[in-house]
Write a protein that binds this ligand. Sequence first.
Ligand code: ADP
Length: 171
Amino acid sequence: MQNKTMEIVEGDITAQSVDAIVNAANTSLLGGGGVDGAIHRAAGPELLAECRTLQGCPTGDARLTKGYRLLARWVIHTVGPVWRGGNNFEDELLGNCYRRSLEIAVKTGIRSVAFPAISTGIYGFPLERATRIAVREVGAFLAKNPAIEKVFFVCFDRHTHDCYQRVLGES
Ligand code: ADP
């Protein structure tokens, strides 16, 4: 799956100049650590105020807010699964996060999206397994939805970046 619409970036997702960045949130949508904390700090308190009105989000689903002080106009908040050994629908739920986020993007007229490596930090999902799911789900979605022009996989560290390079290179 050689696809010019998927690109790997090493860096901070809050600095990305795209229509929407995706937040790896928790079910409360009220902020947390990792990428979630970074996004709330960069977007400012208005983001939390809007999130409070959403009354949470189930695992595997996604919700839309504005981006406030971010360069990105929108934030798509998705809730990845906590890794519990692999027999608790973790793969399906993680795939749903990518698909639901992109469905919301299409509905909103968003053309460029940046994803973090959902669930691979505090939530403990094995990195390579998560990367394969991310690349497969996004690739399949893009093949059917040309309205999305660009998807960036934003990798916060070299290890994650190398894993994405390897997996995308194989496809
Ligand atoms: P989860 O709870 O879904 O595992 P985390 O935020 O703990 O979410 O981690 C998900 C991924 O996001 C990890 O690879 C982590 O290194 C990365 N990450 C943390 N901060 C940022 C950031 N500012 N920009 C992009 N990725 C980030």
